[in-house]
Design a protein around this ligand. Structure first.
Ligand code: ADP
Ligand code: MG
Length: 301
């Protein structure tokens, strides 16, 4: 059986759509016949709740996977083809405990090497920080998806995020790639949003020759429109496909799932060449964007 495609949904900013995208992308892929595992790495356990699993009273959780005994298997089935390794609030302590643990960055990698074989796709819902839980996700992942909103300040956050991915790729996960950005809560009419999206596209296009994990990154189609049904469904413990399968949010995530799967397959079968340690990486995007003449005019206008 092929190794699963492991995708980290990452953005150190909260409230940008990571969990909504993880859960609904997972549900869309499961609906399309893929065997999907969601790993909830956020102590807030939002993905767990969204998938209809009560994080209270669980026998085991992702905490046990990271810090418990080697045989822990906390997966819970949420729907056909769809499983979750739930989070619970204990996970908040995991960050501190991991700091003193041996192999503190590679815990998730090892656990998924053991449990991942049953799945085609594993989606890692990261917490809103660049701490050790996110680092574990970046160590285990093959690729990174960045959910974000098309706001100017969000671009600066993406610069920092790419820097972190770059460091992981120079270090413990040399094959790590950035698949691209998913635009969440998108308003296609907003001029400001359109500018941010074109800046982002231009930046990724400028990186095609670069030796960086984001050299093939794209802004995924379609953007996910703001849709109230997406905001309501978590409180029912349902994905959008259970809660409102005809809503625009369902159509968007279904189409996104197709495009993400197309880009992730076929899986590369050739192991990557060992990578020489490189000097410091330079990320131009935030400064470039901040200094762009258009922004200047906009601000002084
Ligand atoms: P994160 O995981 O990055 O913190 P969430 O996925 O939890 O972000 O989203 C933040 C909030 O925005 C949640 O209340 C969620 O229901 C809502 N939300 C996310 N995407 C949409 C959307 N496309 N339309 C409407 N509400 C959304
Ligand atoms: Mg979240």
């Amino acid at each position: 059986m092929d190794a699963p495609v492991i995708v980290a949904l990452m953005n150190q900013k909260g409230g940008v759509g990571k969990t909504t995208t993880t859960v609904n992308l997972a549900a869309a892929m499961a609906e399309a016949g893929k065997r999907v595992l969601v790993v909830d790495l956020d102590p807030q356990a939002h993905a767990t709740l969204h998938l209809g699993v009560d994080p209270r009273g669980l026998e085991s959780s992702v905490y046990d996977l990271l810090l418990g005994d080697e045989g822990a298997d906390p997966r819970v089935q949420a729907a056909e083809n769809l499983f979750v390794i739930p989070a619970e609030t204990d996970l908040a302590a995991a960050e501190g405990e991991l700091a003193n643990a041996p192999d503190r960055q590679g815990r998730l990698t090892r656990a998924l090497a053991r449990l991942g074989a049953d799945f085609d796709v594993i989606l890692l819902d990261c917490p809103p920080s660049l701490g050790l839980l996110t680092i574990n996700a970046l160590a285990a992942a093959r690729t990174v998806l960045i959910p974000m909103q098309a706001h100017f300040l969000a671009l600066q956050g993406v610069g920092k995020l790419l820097e972190t991915v770059g460091l992981m790729a120079k270090g413990i996960n040399p094959t790590l790639k950035v698949a691209g950005v998913v635009l969440c809560m998108h308003d296609a009419q907003a001029t400001h949003g359109q500018e941010v999206v074109s800046d982002l596209r231009a930046y990724f296009d400028s990186q095609r020759q670069a030796d960086a994990p984001w050299k093939n990154a794209v802004v995924f189609d379609p953007p996910i429109r703001r849709n109230i049904k997406l905001a309501e469904s978590p409180s029912f413990g349902q994905s959008i496909f259970q809660y409102a399968p005809w809503a625009p949010g369902a159509a968007d995530y279904r189409a996104l799932a197709r495009n993400v799967l197309d880009r992730l397959n076929p899986a590369p079968t050739v192991p990557a060449e060992p990578v020489e340690p490189q000097p410091e990486i330079v990320i131009l995007m935030p400064e470039e964007t901040a200094r762009s003449p258009r922004r200047h005019r906009e601000r002084s206008a």
